[in-house]
Design a protein around this ligand. Structure first.
Ligand code: SF4
Length: 236
């Protein structure tokens, strides 16, 4: 085998291992696989969050279905006025099946509490429902497969305000490559719902000096939220 071919194969294997660890994902064009998309379409038609959760919790539409421990649907008030959206489950979330339960989750609870918001009053979900190995960034194909689930959750909850936690969530929702710095302190729109961008709590844990800025963002979020018209059945 030519050296250049060997090195291309070695490069591919390294890239794949970086993405998915030791697990191999081979998509086979069999009838069962072909039925997934109609199945996904049917799942998206479920009318309650609980039914929808049950319909998609065994999803294998991308390679992360093979490497996850637990599927992480989302948690919170089904009629929440604010919906927080992170990037993907981390290690603690993957083990427990609940978003934002590790140290980053505790910090999020603290930020919410500082503006008198309780976690049970809001809804929290991620762009991806399964953990990427080693907490790497979601890949575009994974987002493409998974984001219809989040979109359906947003349709069902109909929040007054969306909050993107971190650069990755914000860039994927807004389809932009803007930096986090440029996206903060502005009101964007996602499918006609106002959207505000702030830091991911894990980033604030890593850079403690960002805590005050994260608090400023939280106050900006609350001020904007309070100006929005009430929902028919308010979540708070
Ligand atoms: S990340 Fe999303 S699309 Fe991929 S397997 Fe999990 S639920 Fe399915």
């Amino acid at each position: 085998m030519e050296n250049s071919l060997k090195s291309k194969i070695a490069g591919f294997l390294q890239w794949y291992q970086d993405l998915y660890g030791g697990e191999w994902y081979i998509e086979t064009p069999n009838p069962a696989a072909a039925e997934k998309r109609p199945g996904q379409t049917a799942a998206l038609g479920n009318s309650t969050l609980q039914q929808f959760h049950r319909a998609i919790e065994n999803c294998q539409n991308c390679p992360l279905g093979r490497t996850r421990t637990k599927f992480v649907f989302g948690t919170g008030h089904e009629n929440a006025g604010i919906m927080f959206i992170g990037e993907a489950p981390g290690q603690d979330e993957d083990l427990q099946g609940i978003p934002f339960v590790g140290r980053a989750g505790q910090l999020l609870n603290k930020l919410l509490a500082n503006v008198q918001l309780k976690r049970e009053e809001v809804y929290i979900a991620n762009i991806l429902k399964c953990r990427p190995p080693n907490n790497r960034d979601p890949q575009p194909e994974e987002v493409e497969q998974c984001i219809p689930y989040l979109q359906r959750q947003i349709e069902m909850i109909q929040p007054k305000l969306l909050v993107a936690l971190g650069r990755v969530a914000a860039q994927n929702l807004l389809n932009t490559t803007e930096s986090l710095t440029n996206m903060r302190k502005r009101v964007w729109s996602y499918r006609e719902i106002p959207l505000i961008v702030t830091y991911h709590p894990a980033f604030v844990l890593r850079y403690n000096d960002k805590f005050d800025s994260a608090m400023e963002d939280m106050r900006f979020i609350l001020e904007h939220y309070q100006k929005l018209p009430e929902k028919e059945k308010p979540g708070r």
